[in-house]
Structure formats: structure tokens, C-alpha cells
Design a protein around this ligand. Sequence first.
Ligand code: KG4
Ligand code: ZN
Length: 336
Amino acid sequence: MKDTFILAIESSCDETAASVVKNGRTILSNVISSQIALHTLYGGVVPEIASRKHIEKINQVIEEALSEANVTLDDLDAIGVTYGPGLVGALLVGVAEAKAIAYAKKLPLVGVHHIEGHVSANYIEHPDLEPPFLCLIVSGGHTHLVIVKDYGEFEILGRTRDDAAGEAFDKVARAIGLGYPGGPKVDKLAREGNPDAIVFPKGKLGDCPYDFSFSGVKSAVLNYINNAQMKGEEINRADLAASFQKSVVDVLVEHTMLAAKDYHMDKIAIAGGVASNGALREAMTKACEKRGYKFYRPSPIFCTDNAAMIGVAAYYEYIKGTRHGWDLNAVPNLKL
Ligand code: KG4
Ligand code: ZN
């Protein structure tokens, strides 16, 4: 059978990325140009700067992705691109670029949901993984517990009522002076701390056992810092980071295990930037081992934003027949 080559583009936030994916699961290249250093100056992503930087970088990133994969535009079967959710100006750069290439080379255009991309990152290194499975999606903008019923088909069991898990990590990191991007910094500092030093609330919701809420734990951390400052007490930042992280990780694992039991799922996956968190990966591994579930997680490089995951998702959409027209637009609040 003829091989299928997809060029995928991702520009929904602060990473300009392109990748060539063969037959849906083989990553021939994965080029990521991160803007982190630029946004660090402002303590978070500045949308206008992100869009401008994407424009500057996108052609170069695509050229690198093609040359690393040793393919030309003529070898491609389709162009995949993230069209939402994300920052509108940032998304538009990728969408316009994908449309231009697809139009010029008469190739099918496949728009991809960013979160479908994150879930699909699990297929890259797990050739045995196929739907159905349960997936916990934890990123900077999303926290969802879903059953992946088929490729690109989701049943949402739970979601966050307020902050996303990554957002909570970023806000707490800022409060304890770690700066942006917070998640990886909290993760690192927490390794030196005692997770049982401070007990923070776990954000349980009575009405939907699979929903999440992280604003309570975030406020508790802020109160803890304010109280200590008022009393002139020294804060052990490593203990604080470890204790906050534990309260988030415990809830993520508990809700996932409850859903697995209730829905009789024995294949569990995690996805999104927070899925690269060391404590979450360890706790999920243990919880799954204990119950005899098979646990899947992407390598950290495929957890945070990248275009390889978009290429994988685009492939499964492509073989299902999904095609977008030249009117494809960026949809900043695209629903799952
Ligand atoms: O999936 P992602 O790269 O972008 C979105 O789609 O949002 O996720 C970014 C989020 C940020 O909030 C970042 O702080 C968090 O993922 N993150 C982490 C870690 N690495 C990234 N959170 C906790 N531990 C990490 N190691
Ligand atoms: Zn993402």
C-alpha cells in the first residue's frame, strides 16, 4: 500500500511547530520553535507578540521539518493544521500558511482540534494503543476526563469548573516567585520538598464525581503565603510546591481511577502539558499497576505543544474523509 505523508502545523499558543508524519504513527520530523524566552520577560504569553513571532518563524520551521524528514511538498498527501482552540492571532498564522500550501500544491486541507492532537500524542510511541480508552487531558487551557470512543470521537465525563490544571500550576509558580512557565518549575522544585508538609484542599465536587476544581487549592496556597508573610515567617518553597502538586495530582488520579472503574475501562492514557509532570506520571503508573490497568503516556516532548501530535490526529481525520475548504478559519473557543 502507498505510504501517506502529512505535513502538520501547530501555532495555537507560544510554540511554532511543524512535523511530517508517515502513515499516522511514524514521526519523520518534529520541529518546535519555542517563544518561551520572549514571553518570560512578561510573566506569561503575550498574544500579540506570539502572533508576530509565528509569522517570523513559520516558513523556516516548515522548511526544517520537510528537510529533516527528507521529503518535499510534492511527496505530501495532505496538510494538517490546528484551527482551535487557542489564541486567535496565533492560530490564524498556522491556518493561513496551511491553506496557502494546500492551495498551491492542490492538497487536501485537514483542520485539527488541538485537544484531539494532545490525545493523539499517545499513538506515537504506543503502536498497540487503539480506542476505546480513558484519557485524562491536562493542559494550560483544558482539563478533561474523556472516553476516546474512536479516533477523534470523545465522550466527555468530566471537566474543570474553573482553572485548568496547568493554569493552577502557572499561577502558584508565579505566587512563589518561580516565574513563567510555571509547571515545569514547580515540578522541579517539588522534587526537593516534602509533599506532606502542608495539607491543601483537594477540590472535590459533590454533584459530578469526575469534574475538577482547582481555584480552591490555588487560593489556599495564596492565603498560606499571605499569612506567612504577615507573621514574618520564612516559607519553605520546595515544601509548598510539593504539597500543592500533591493535592492536584491526588485529585487527578482519584477521579481518573473512579471513572475507569465506573466505565469498565482498563486502558488509561494522559495527555497535555501537565502530563509531563513527574509526580503525576509516577502516581498514575502506581495506581494503574495496582488495579491491573494498562497505562499509556507520551514522552514529555510529545506532551507539551508540538506538531507531531497534530499530524497523527490529521491522519486519522484524513482517512475518515475529513476535508476543510478554503473558508477554514481559526476558532479560538472550538469545542471538543
Ligand atoms: O499542552 P500545553 O503545552 O499547552 C496548552 O495546550 O495549554 O500545556 C501547557 C501547560 C502550562 O500550564 C505548563 O505550566 C504546564 O502545561 N506544564 C506542566 C509541566 N510541563 C508543562 N505542569 C506541571 N508539570 C510539568 N512538568
Ligand atoms: Zn496544548
